[in-house]
Design a protein around this ligand. Structure first.
Ligand code: ZN
Ligand code: ZN
Length: 427
């Protein structure tokens, strides 16, 4: 890392990073091997709490069930909130890493499922512990208040809401900016930013279709929900292809289709689970209305005895980066990191996050960016051979960020971004 242009105060806050890396690596490996499902992050939250206390933060735990917030007051000055999410996913790890997860847990439906940090939230927690520790060690180099938020249940879009509903913002000073970051399958060491919308809105729906069960040999006695579901799935695909203009975008995925138990029994119900991603509110509303229109009409076409039931599984708003705050962060990145590692992305990503709710709830600007986690060499090789789509993405059982330099980069980005506020009274 070239650092001749980095601000001297940032440089001295980061001076202890090398010293704490072995400790951070041990934390990361421990978290990776012990992932916890959304709203079950008890062990992870305890670890975060312990580390914040050791560093001298004033800590409140159990916010929104397992959320933890630490406040470090260090004189007059801006108030900066840094957020990390803590939860893992019901995925069976297949990375082959020596510190792979063998964990299982009971999910919301009471089923035992494998658990893996397949989205890299273990890195997010480690990065924030690293940044909090370094800021606490170098209190003479900055001024203001640092707030570290360890949030549960990002993967179910419920954690930020739960912390807000549990009075998060009544227990802490009001932040001037809310900052977050996510590991992505970009080359490790690289930072990707964007002003304005950076992540799409996501809506997940469950659709129950009602038919009439019968013997497989007597279809005339049935109203077959399998055929109804098949027709519905095909017709839903025309929303994006036929109803959305070429200049706009949306994604509609039917990720689950369940019906029946046996080849000669026509079931009485079918269940679809649908995921929608959009970047504009008007497109979002159009797609959601079109889903309802098609689902109802296909049921009617089948002669369904009852209207389908459509319910929301979860709903993520877009993540929108405040232009002024983003400029402040990005200027700080460009003067602290080698130019080629800081990259602007042209389009928002189709992933989603509940991060944006925090800034919205306290009426503060927020900034979110991505940190690469894929081994740069294998990324380059994949790019050259046209196999970039084969790099394991977040949520893949093969998702395995390289520890170095990913661990260092994420701590450096958090500190560099926060310093765009916390050094402002002294520089
Ligand atoms: Zn995820
Ligand atoms: Zn994630």
């Amino acid at each position: 890392m070239t650092s001749q242009v980095r601000d001297a105060s940032i440089e001295s806050i980061l001076a202890n990073l090398d010293k704490i890396i072995p400790d951070l690596q041990a934390i990361y490996i421990d978290l990776h091997a012990h992932p916890e499902l959304s709203m079950q992050e008890v062990r992870t939250a305890n670890l975060a709490e312990e580390r914040l206390r050791q560093a001298g933060f004033e800590v409140t735990n159990g916010i929104g069930k397992t959320g933890v917030v630490g406040v470090l007051q260090n004189g007059e000055g801006p108030i900066v909130m840094l957020r990390a999410d803590m939860d893992a996913l019901p995925v069976k790890e297949a990375t082959g890493l020596p510190y792979s997860s063998k964990a299982t847990a009971i999910d919301r439906e009471g089923k035992t499922v494998p658990v893996m940090h397949a989205c890299g939230h273990d890195l997010h927690v480690t990065w924030l512990i690293g940044a909090a520790t370094l800021f606490a060690k170098a209190r003479d180099k900055w001024q203001g208040t640092l707030i570290a938020v360890f949030q549960p249940a990002e993967e179910t879009a419920s954690g930020a809401r739960a912390m807000i509903a549990d009075g998060l913002f009544n227990r802490i000073p009001k932040p001037d900016v809310v900052i977050g970051q996510h590991v992505m399958p970009f080359p490790a060491g690289a930072i990707y930013w964007r002003s304005g919308v950076i992540l799409s809105a996501a809506d997940s729906l469950q659709i129950r279709l009602f038919g009439r069960g019968a013997h497989g040999s007597m279809p005339e006695s049935s109203i077959d929900p399998v055929v109804m579901a098949a027709a519905t799935v095909m017709r839903l695909q025309t929303i994006v292809s036929r109803e959305i203009a070429a200049s706009k975008s949306a994604v509609l995925t039917v990720g689950s289709l369940q019906a029946g138990t046996k080849e000669n029994v026509i079931p009485s119900e079918a269940l679809l689970k649908v995921n929608v991603r959009t970047l504009d509110e008007d497109i979002r509303l159009h797609v959601l209305n079109a889903i309802k229109r098609i689902v109802d009409a296909e049921a009617e076409a089948s002669g369904a005895p009852k209207k389908p039931e459509i319910s929301t599984i979860d709903s993520y708003p877009r993540v929108t980066n405040d232009p002024d705050a983003t400029k402040r962060v990005v200027d700080s990145f460009y003067s602290s990191f080698p130019k080629y590692t800081v990259r602007e992305i042209a389009h928002p990503m189709s992933g989603s996050e509940d991060f944006g709710l925090l800034g919205e709830a306290c009426n503060a600007p927020s900034v979110f960016w991505f940190v690469g986690g894929t081994d740069p060499e294998s990324h380059e090789k994949a790019k050259k051979s046209g196999r970039i789509r084969e790099i394991p993405t977040n949520h893949s059982p093969h998702f395995a960020p390289v520890i170095h330099p990913t661990l260092q980069t994420g701590v450096e980005t958090l500190i560099t971004a926060a310093c765009a506020w916390l050094l402002s009274s002294s520089s």
